[in-house]
Design a protein around this ligand. Structure first.
Ligand code: HPA
Length: 234
Protein backbone atom coordinates (compact mmCIF):
# COMPACT_ATOMS: atom_id res chain seq x y z
CA UNK A 1 0.00 0.00 0.00
CA UNK A 2 1.04 3.58 -0.65
CA UNK A 3 -0.58 6.81 0.46
CA UNK A 4 -2.85 6.91 -2.58
CA UNK A 5 -2.95 3.31 -3.84
CA UNK A 6 -4.40 0.50 -1.73
CA UNK A 7 -3.03 -2.34 -3.87
CA UNK A 8 -0.92 -5.00 -2.18
CA UNK A 9 2.66 -5.44 -3.39
CA UNK A 10 2.49 -7.52 -6.56
CA UNK A 11 -1.09 -6.45 -7.38
CA UNK A 12 0.09 -3.95 -9.99
CA UNK A 13 1.35 -5.21 -13.37
CA UNK A 14 4.50 -3.90 -15.05
CA UNK A 15 2.29 -2.46 -17.78
CA UNK A 16 -0.18 0.23 -16.71
CA UNK A 17 -2.75 1.99 -18.87
CA UNK A 18 -3.83 5.33 -17.42
CA UNK A 19 -7.10 6.96 -18.44
CA UNK A 20 -7.93 10.20 -16.63
CA UNK A 21 -11.36 9.00 -15.53
CA UNK A 22 -11.44 6.18 -12.97
CA UNK A 23 -14.77 4.89 -14.33
CA UNK A 24 -13.11 4.53 -17.71
CA UNK A 25 -10.45 2.39 -16.02
CA UNK A 26 -13.24 0.14 -14.72
CA UNK A 27 -14.97 -0.02 -18.11
CA UNK A 28 -11.73 -0.77 -19.97
CA UNK A 29 -10.70 -3.47 -17.50
CA UNK A 30 -14.12 -5.14 -17.64
CA UNK A 31 -14.24 -4.88 -21.44
CA UNK A 32 -10.69 -5.84 -22.45
CA UNK A 33 -9.07 -7.80 -19.63
CA UNK A 34 -9.56 -11.40 -18.51
CA UNK A 35 -10.18 -11.84 -14.78
CA UNK A 36 -10.06 -8.13 -13.92
CA UNK A 37 -9.65 -7.56 -10.19
CA UNK A 38 -10.10 -4.18 -8.48
CA UNK A 39 -6.78 -3.35 -6.81
CA UNK A 40 -7.39 0.25 -5.79
CA UNK A 41 -10.30 2.43 -4.80
CA UNK A 42 -8.64 4.94 -2.47
CA UNK A 43 -10.36 8.32 -3.00
CA UNK A 44 -12.43 6.71 -5.76
CA UNK A 45 -9.37 6.41 -8.02
CA UNK A 46 -10.05 2.96 -9.42
CA UNK A 47 -7.36 0.55 -10.57
CA UNK A 48 -7.83 -2.95 -12.00
CA UNK A 49 -5.40 -5.71 -12.82
CA UNK A 50 -6.11 -8.58 -15.20
CA UNK A 51 -4.61 -10.17 -18.27
CA UNK A 52 -4.75 -9.37 -21.97
CA UNK A 53 -3.70 -12.17 -24.32
CA UNK A 54 -1.90 -13.73 -21.36
CA UNK A 55 -0.04 -10.53 -20.38
CA UNK A 56 -0.65 -8.94 -16.97
CA UNK A 57 -2.00 -5.42 -17.28
CA UNK A 58 -3.17 -2.79 -14.79
CA UNK A 59 -5.61 -0.08 -15.84
CA UNK A 60 -5.51 2.74 -13.31
CA UNK A 61 -7.04 6.23 -13.35
CA UNK A 62 -4.71 9.24 -13.31
CA UNK A 63 -7.23 11.93 -12.45
CA UNK A 64 -7.17 15.23 -14.31
CA UNK A 65 -4.07 17.41 -14.59
CA UNK A 66 -0.39 16.87 -14.00
CA UNK A 67 -0.39 17.15 -10.18
CA UNK A 68 -2.90 14.28 -9.96
CA UNK A 69 -1.18 12.12 -12.56
CA UNK A 70 2.16 12.79 -10.87
CA UNK A 71 0.96 11.29 -7.57
CA UNK A 72 -0.22 8.06 -9.18
CA UNK A 73 2.66 7.70 -11.65
CA UNK A 74 5.24 8.30 -8.90
CA UNK A 75 3.74 5.60 -6.70
CA UNK A 76 3.16 3.17 -9.57
CA UNK A 77 6.76 3.49 -10.71
CA UNK A 78 8.65 3.83 -7.43
CA UNK A 79 6.59 1.60 -5.13
CA UNK A 80 4.94 -0.88 -7.50
CA UNK A 81 7.74 -1.07 -10.10
CA UNK A 82 5.60 -0.24 -13.14
CA UNK A 83 7.79 -0.27 -16.26
CA UNK A 84 5.46 0.81 -19.06
CA UNK A 85 2.87 3.57 -18.54
CA UNK A 86 0.52 4.56 -21.34
CA UNK A 87 -1.87 7.44 -20.96
CA UNK A 88 -5.11 7.03 -22.89
CA UNK A 89 -7.11 10.21 -23.03
CA UNK A 90 -8.68 13.00 -24.97
CA UNK A 91 -7.33 16.28 -26.28
CA UNK A 92 -8.41 19.44 -28.05
CA UNK A 93 -7.12 19.88 -31.62
CA UNK A 94 -4.93 22.90 -32.38
CA UNK A 95 -4.41 22.48 -36.14
CA UNK A 96 -6.89 22.74 -39.02
CA UNK A 97 -5.68 19.43 -40.46
CA UNK A 98 -6.42 17.58 -37.23
CA UNK A 99 -10.08 16.59 -36.95
CA UNK A 100 -12.36 15.42 -34.18
CA UNK A 101 -12.03 11.58 -33.84
CA UNK A 102 -8.42 11.62 -35.12
CA UNK A 103 -5.74 10.02 -32.98
CA UNK A 104 -2.68 11.94 -31.80
CA UNK A 105 0.43 10.13 -30.57
CA UNK A 106 2.39 12.64 -28.53
CA UNK A 107 6.06 12.54 -29.49
CA UNK A 108 6.80 15.37 -27.05
CA UNK A 109 4.86 17.85 -24.96
CA UNK A 110 5.38 21.56 -24.32
CA UNK A 111 4.28 23.14 -21.07
CA UNK A 112 4.36 26.34 -19.06
CA UNK A 113 5.12 24.22 -16.03
CA UNK A 114 4.96 20.69 -14.66
CA UNK A 115 5.17 19.42 -11.07
CA UNK A 116 8.83 18.78 -11.98
CA UNK A 117 9.49 22.43 -12.84
CA UNK A 118 11.39 23.01 -9.61
CA UNK A 119 14.05 20.49 -10.63
CA UNK A 120 14.77 22.08 -13.98
CA UNK A 121 14.76 25.76 -12.95
CA UNK A 122 16.02 27.68 -16.01
CA UNK A 123 16.13 24.60 -18.26
CA UNK A 124 13.31 24.12 -20.77
CA UNK A 125 13.35 20.34 -20.56
CA UNK A 126 11.80 18.55 -23.58
CA UNK A 127 9.92 15.48 -22.35
CA UNK A 128 9.59 12.78 -24.99
CA UNK A 129 7.75 9.52 -25.59
CA UNK A 130 9.41 6.11 -25.66
CA UNK A 131 10.27 5.47 -29.31
CA UNK A 132 9.45 1.74 -29.34
CA UNK A 133 6.02 2.37 -27.84
CA UNK A 134 5.40 5.25 -30.22
CA UNK A 135 6.45 3.18 -33.21
CA UNK A 136 4.27 0.21 -32.26
CA UNK A 137 1.31 2.45 -31.38
CA UNK A 138 1.57 4.10 -34.79
CA UNK A 139 1.09 0.76 -36.55
CA UNK A 140 -1.73 -0.24 -34.17
CA UNK A 141 -3.47 3.13 -34.54
CA UNK A 142 -3.40 2.89 -38.33
CA UNK A 143 -5.10 -0.52 -38.06
CA UNK A 144 -8.14 1.16 -36.46
CA UNK A 145 -8.72 3.08 -39.72
CA UNK A 146 -8.52 6.39 -37.87
CA UNK A 147 -6.37 9.24 -39.12
CA UNK A 148 -3.23 9.29 -36.97
CA UNK A 149 -0.99 12.27 -36.23
CA UNK A 150 2.41 12.09 -34.53
CA UNK A 151 4.02 15.21 -33.11
CA UNK A 152 4.17 17.73 -30.31
CA UNK A 153 1.29 18.50 -28.01
CA UNK A 154 0.70 20.99 -25.19
CA UNK A 155 0.12 19.85 -21.60
CA UNK A 156 -1.80 22.68 -20.00
CA UNK A 157 -2.45 23.33 -16.32
CA UNK A 158 -5.85 24.80 -17.10
CA UNK A 159 -8.87 23.57 -19.02
CA UNK A 160 -10.46 27.03 -19.00
CA UNK A 161 -7.64 28.76 -20.79
CA UNK A 162 -7.15 32.54 -20.69
CA UNK A 163 -4.16 32.78 -23.05
CA UNK A 164 -5.39 32.90 -26.67
CA UNK A 165 -2.07 34.57 -27.59
CA UNK A 166 -0.13 31.56 -26.34
CA UNK A 167 -2.39 29.12 -28.19
CA UNK A 168 -1.77 31.14 -31.34
CA UNK A 169 2.01 30.82 -30.95
CA UNK A 170 1.71 27.07 -30.36
CA UNK A 171 -0.49 26.68 -33.44
CA UNK A 172 2.14 28.59 -35.46
CA UNK A 173 4.74 26.14 -34.19
CA UNK A 174 2.89 22.99 -35.11
CA UNK A 175 1.47 21.88 -31.76
CA UNK A 176 -1.20 19.31 -32.61
CA UNK A 177 -3.41 19.35 -29.56
CA UNK A 178 -3.87 20.23 -25.90
CA UNK A 179 -4.41 17.99 -22.91
CA UNK A 180 -3.32 18.17 -19.28
CA UNK A 181 -1.10 15.20 -18.30
CA UNK A 182 1.47 13.91 -20.81
CA UNK A 183 4.45 16.21 -20.07
CA UNK A 184 4.67 15.11 -16.45
CA UNK A 185 4.20 11.44 -17.35
CA UNK A 186 7.08 11.64 -19.86
CA UNK A 187 9.28 13.52 -17.39
CA UNK A 188 8.75 10.95 -14.63
CA UNK A 189 9.33 8.09 -17.08
CA UNK A 190 12.66 9.62 -18.08
CA UNK A 191 13.67 10.18 -14.45
CA UNK A 192 13.04 6.57 -13.51
CA UNK A 193 14.08 4.93 -16.81
CA UNK A 194 10.69 3.49 -17.68
CA UNK A 195 8.65 3.68 -20.88
CA UNK A 196 5.79 6.11 -21.45
CA UNK A 197 3.44 7.18 -24.21
CA UNK A 198 0.26 9.24 -24.53
CA UNK A 199 -2.38 8.02 -26.99
CA UNK A 200 -5.03 10.70 -27.45
CA UNK A 201 -8.34 10.97 -29.28
CA UNK A 202 -9.37 14.41 -30.43
CA UNK A 203 -12.55 15.15 -28.47
CA UNK A 204 -12.91 18.83 -29.32
CA UNK A 205 -11.45 21.39 -31.68
CA UNK A 206 -10.04 24.73 -30.60
CA UNK A 207 -10.35 26.23 -34.09
CA UNK A 208 -13.65 24.84 -35.43
CA UNK A 209 -15.24 24.30 -31.98
CA UNK A 210 -16.59 20.94 -33.12
CA UNK A 211 -16.92 18.30 -30.38
CA UNK A 212 -17.01 14.50 -30.44
CA UNK A 213 -20.62 13.36 -29.96
CA UNK A 214 -21.19 11.46 -26.71
CA UNK A 215 -22.11 8.26 -28.57
CA UNK A 216 -18.69 8.20 -30.29
CA UNK A 217 -16.67 8.63 -27.11
CA UNK A 218 -16.90 5.03 -25.94
CA UNK A 219 -15.80 3.65 -29.31
CA UNK A 220 -12.88 6.05 -29.52
CA UNK A 221 -11.87 5.18 -26.00
CA UNK A 222 -12.03 1.46 -26.82
CA UNK A 223 -9.78 2.05 -29.85
CA UNK A 224 -7.22 3.75 -27.61
CA UNK A 225 -7.24 0.84 -25.16
CA UNK A 226 -6.53 -1.57 -28.02
CA UNK A 227 -3.76 0.63 -29.43
CA UNK A 228 -2.13 0.92 -26.02
CA UNK A 229 -2.31 -2.84 -25.36
CA UNK A 230 -0.91 -3.72 -28.78
CA UNK A 231 1.90 -1.16 -28.39
CA UNK A 232 2.81 -2.36 -24.90
CA UNK A 233 3.22 -5.97 -26.01
CA UNK A 234 4.46 -5.50 -29.59
N1 HPA B 1 -8.03 21.58 -23.13
C1 HPA B 1 -7.37 20.88 -22.20
N2 HPA B 1 -7.52 19.59 -22.05
C2 HPA B 1 -8.35 18.93 -22.89
C3 HPA B 1 -9.06 19.60 -23.87
C4 HPA B 1 -8.88 20.99 -24.00
O1 HPA B 1 -9.48 21.65 -24.87
N3 HPA B 1 -9.83 18.69 -24.52
C5 HPA B 1 -9.58 17.49 -23.94
N4 HPA B 1 -8.68 17.64 -22.95
Amino acid sequence: MTIHIGAAPGDIAETVLMPGDPLRAKWAAETFLDDPKCVNEVRGMLGYTGTWQGHRVTIHGSGMGMPSLSIYANELIKDYRAKTLIRIGSCGAMQERVAVRDIILAMTSSTLSTPSRGIFRELNYAPCADFDLLHAAHAAARDTGAKVHVGGIYSSDVFYDERPDLNEQMMRHGILGVEMEAAELYTLAARYSVRALAVLTVSDHLITHEALPAEDRERSFGDMVEIALKAAFA
